[in-house]
Ligand binder design. Sequence first.
Ligand code: PA5
Length: 326
Amino acid sequence: MESMIETLPGQYRWAAELAQAEVPAARSALICGMGGSGISGDVAAAVATGPVFVHKDFGLPPWAPSLPESIVVAVSYSGNTEETLSAVESARAAGLPVAAVSSGGRLSQLATDGGWPLIRVPGGLQPRAAFGYLAGAVVRLIEGAGLAHDVGLDEAASITATLLGDGLRGPGRRLADDLAEELAGRIAVIMGSGLTAVAAYRWKTQINENAKSPAFVSLLPEADHNEVEGWTTLGTALRRTVGVVMLRDDSEPESVGARFRPTSRLLGEGATIVGEVWAQGTSRLARLASLAAIGDLVSLRLARIAGVDPVAVDAIQQLKQTLGES
Ligand code: PA5
């Protein structure tokens, strides 16, 4: 997995250099995908300049057919994910145009047969290790539809290259190692808001899949209206078992920024505050990518500490087999 993470800057660069896909102009987009593929929809929605919605379920939301001039973007690394194929089927039944991002499988076949716009990402990786390819390709598709501009893929490539460094020995590694030492043996709660909420979700899923450890996302300002009550009565024993990392961004609204400190004081009554990580870069995509890269490194370090194989995802594969998907 380390060698796959190392390719992230090149993945963003690959997406930056893609010829502009021929996508019909749209007034909104609905991105459908699951897991390591579906998160690229969250990234696209976070950097879009027009309305971009994300759907991680079977079929389509009931309101989808009434979106004016909308496009459905189906993203599945394997091309065989049941929920995503079901979304495509519903989109076709509703007469909505579809574009696809995939490395192969049934989705690529459907796109080729149907003559839909298709970006084929390089195969042979775990979907979550193809984050830059998938997110980059989806972003390029919505750019082609007129729903994003100057997204910052080149900056995402250079910022992650700096943070990861040669052989993953860059400055991000030291920060990630320190955070992982504190998080090890604890249940991670990753706190974010707005743009950093997407990065928080990537941290959670990377810790789940790479380190085989539970992890949860907590969102501000919403957590201040419920979660803060839930932490106050935990005793010291539990406090040791939960580690909170806060993902911050210079451009977060002041009203949100002002909440992190007092919220962390309240959380600190019930959990261990492990630290804050600040986004770097100018474009929204680069800032998101900078936080995601640190999260990837944290998850790898946690996997090493726990002595687990970061690549294997036996539980996911077992479920897919049980459900007849692979
Ligand atoms: O990380 C994983 O392996 C999963 O989260 C998959 O991405 C998810 O099951 C969907 O599969 P795919 O990305 O092939 O559509």
